[in-house]
Design a protein around this ligand. Structure first.
Ligand code: ATP
Ligand code: MG
Ligand code: FE
Length: 349
């Protein structure tokens, strides 16, 4: 199927077009430079930027793919989770395109889309698969029994998301926003063993209750304390080393718990998705440990890990191919959409 996907859950206005699992266009406009001035995402700024960028970005995607709107078999749009006002711009636009053309509309889950995007890189996903979704707002271990509708949560962060921890620690180190890519780069010149930062929820007692859960706020606090202590003693902060040691702690728990979940559920495939899956250390460590554990590891290229329209189109294409019902046009944007809801069918409650 030929499907267009629209993504506006945060600061990226993304429009992707796919045919089956083939990527035809991935147009993106971002307000991140405007946001960087504030050191974080200002929802109102994001919504306004989406409104301005939406129609030109759709046009650019159609041009890049060399297709017309009328050729599409489906339009998919992120219905949630994300910033309410930002989601509403994409959902409103997608409804308008659908009404104007009669093309079926699919309101989909942003988190499942972060997983589905892997099909564009590596083909159909073996099922069941374990998904490690690590992004600005989520750190979730997902059981993907059926990407067209049966997804459950095995564990998640009980406080900060992994990407949020990267962004907060980057700020402590005086690196720009969003900090993930800057930490990644600084860490390449750093010593990963420089400080042994805490691995959240990893001791035997926590493992009982929070087997597949994460906690990153203690790690962030530990980094903050460490920096304060050094400064109090008049020492310079070795940014590269702190970045590398922090990153090591995050990647260690993420890969350990995701592989544990795969092993304990007898699942052979582990998929990485979300912005933090672009992290070079996470990819290298997961590759090494998955090979040791005999688990088949898959992840998309870094550009497809962070928010984009192609991931929404990829999930839409999968839903159309699976014969899933389109969504009724009155569906809402759902800023806290549950991970178990892959798409809004026509029987929405
Ligand atoms: P969610 O998907 O939970 O709604 P989001 O859409 O805002 O959140 P993404 O775009 O998927 O998040 O990911 C953005 C996050 O990924 C940011 O926190 C960013 O710092 C982080 N990130 C991006 N590249 C890297 C990298 N190379 N290393 C670590 N983190 C990274
Ligand atoms: Mg973004
Ligand atoms: Fe995202």
């Amino acid at each position: 199927p030929l499907v267009m996907g629209i993504e506006t859950s945060c600061d990226e206005t993304g429009v992707g077009i796919v045919r089956g699992t083939e990527l035809l266009a991935d147009a993106i406009a971002s307000s991140v430079e405007e946001q960087a001035r504030f050191g974080g995402i200002v929802p109102e700024v994001a919504s306004r930027a989406h409104l301005e960028a939406m129609v030109p970005t759709v046009q650019r995607a159609l041009d890049d793919a060399g297709v017309r709107l009328a050729d599409l078999d489906g339009i998919a749009v992120t219905a949630g989770p994300g910033l309410a006002g930002a989601l509403m711009v994409g959902v409103g636009a997608a409804k308008a395109y659908s009404i104007a053309t009669g093309i079926p509309l699919y309101g989909v889950n942003h988190l499942s889309a972060h997983i589905a995007v892997d099909t564009l890189e590596n083909g159909p996903i073996p099922q069941p698969a374990i998904g490690l979704l690590v992004s600005g707002g989520h750190s979730t271990i997902m059981m993907v029994e059926d990407l067209a509708g049966k997804v459950s949560q095995l564990g998640a962060s009980i406080d900060d998301a992994a990407g949020e921890a990267f962004d907060k620690v980057a700020r402590l180190l005086g690196l720009p926003f969003p900090g993930g890519p800057y930490i990644d780069k600084a860490a390449q010149e750093g010593d990963r063993t420089y400080v042994d930062f805490p691995r959240g929820l990893s001791n035997a007692k926590d493992q009982e209750k929070h087997r597949y859960d994460f906690s990153f706020s203690g790690l962030k606090t530990a980094v903050a304390r460490w920096i304060e202590n050094q400064q109090a003693e008049g020492n310079n902060i070795p940014v590269n080393d702190v970045a590398a040691a922090f990153q090591e702690a995050v990647c260690d728990v993420l890969t350990k718990k995701a592989l544990l979940a795969a092993k304990e559920h007898g699942v052979e495939t582990l998929l990485l998705g979300g912005g933090v899956a672009a992290n070079s250390r996470l990819r290298a460590m997961a590759t090494e440990r998955a090979a040791q554990a005999g688990i088949n590891l898959r992840y998309p290229r870094p550009k497809l890990c962070t928010d984009n329209g192609a991931m929404v189109a990829a999930l839409g294409s999968h839903l159309v191919a699976a014969g899933a019902s389109p969504s009724e046009l009155h569906f809402p944007a759902n800023s806290s959409m549950d991970v178990t809801i892959v798409s809004l069918a026509n029987d929405l409650a």
